[in-house]
Design a protein around this ligand. Structure first.
Ligand SMILES: NC(=O)c1ccc[n+]([C@@H]2O[C@H](COP(=O)([O-])OP(=O)(O)OC[C@H]3O[C@@H](n4cnc5c(N)ncnc54)[C@H](O)[C@@H]3O)[C@@H](O)[C@H]2O)c1
Length: 255
């Protein structure tokens, strides 16, 4: 018996490191997973891997191309999901990430500020706008946003990303209150450094990120660690967990 048997889950940015690990874990636990990404080949590969991982567990996975910043794209993928699979129970707003163009506020370019605000914060807003009505229709479920430890502690040199992830954390709390009457839980995961391929490169290129490895009490995270938290939040086990920013961060926020 899978922990997500019978659930239909949509993951944004599902072609990336954390999204892929989550798609695989969701499918292994019996969910039907709609892997979405702006990158067709990465997203398609994740859906294939998740489908394989599901084996005979009852889970399944498909890929649908989607840009989280585009209302039409999101609206059409949500409606295709409901048409094909009958409902939506779980929305994982995962697409996002920082770049080497970020920096202190006096140095970071405006373009990087608006890029990350548009992708991480506005993308979460757009997908929630179109996804939540489908979850209401299903009788309730779970929205899993992606924040970061930078919403909870200072990380010098990442002021654009910090602003976006702080916004995601704040919006998570108000959404939790707004949709509780519809039996929808809204939480965010706050990972610290997690070694997806993109972040491995950032760590190599950025001395200030590499330096904080000493503060990760159990070492840097791997995508599977974040995926396992997402399984909990997607499952009925998290029945009364809502409005929380759940750190999966190797203790970095307490040290
Ligand atoms: N890896 C970390 O250290 C870390 C730490 C804290 C938070 N996070 C957050 O976790 C999430 C996933 O991170 P990751 O390391 O797996 O990133 P990643 O770069 O490996 O994956 C991100 C995915 O998002 C997709 N994407 C980009 N723009 C998109 C758009 N407009 N619409 C749809 N998809 C789009 C990319 O194609 C990519 O597949 C992000 O929100 C990131 O900010 C990551």
């Amino acid at each position: 018996m899978g922990r997500l048997d019978g659930k239909v889950a949509l993951i944004t940015g599902g072609g990336g490191g954390i999204g892929r690990a989550t798609a695989i874990r969701f499918a292994e636990e019996g969910a039907t997973v709609v892997v979405t990404d702006i990158d067709i080949s990465l997203g398609d590969e994740s859906a294939k891997l998740a489908k394989e991982a599901a084996g005979n567990a009852g889970g399944d996975a498909v890929f649908m191309e989607m840009d989280v910043t585009d209302h039409d794209s999101v609206r059409s993928v949500i409606s295709e999901t409901v048409n094909r699979f009958g409902k939506l129970n779980v929305l994982h707003n995962n697409a996002g990430g920082s770049t080497m163009q970020d920096g202190p506020v006096t140095e970071a370019p405006d373009e990087e500020f608006w890029r990350v605000i548009k992708l991480d914060l506005f993308g979460t807003f757009v997908c929630s706008k179109h996804g939540i009505p489908a979850i209401v229709e299903a009788g309730g479920g779970s929205v899993i946003n992606m924040s970061s430890n930078v919403a909870l502690m200072a990380l010098p040199g990442r002021d654009c990303y910090t602003a976006a992830k702080g916004g995601v954390a704040s919006m998570t709390r108000s959404m939790a209150v707004e949709y509780a009457p519809n039996k929808i839980r809204v939480n965010a995961i706050a990972p610290s450094v997690t070694l997806s391929d993109r972040v491995k490169k950032l760590v190599q290129e950025s001395p200030e990120i590499a330096k904080i490895s000493e503060q990760h009490l159990l070492g840097f995270g791997m995508p599977i660690h974040i995926a396992n938290m997402a399984v909990y939040l997607a499952s009925d086990e998290s029945e009364i967990t809502t409005g929380q920013i759940l750190s999966v961060d190797s203790g970095v926020t307490i040290y």
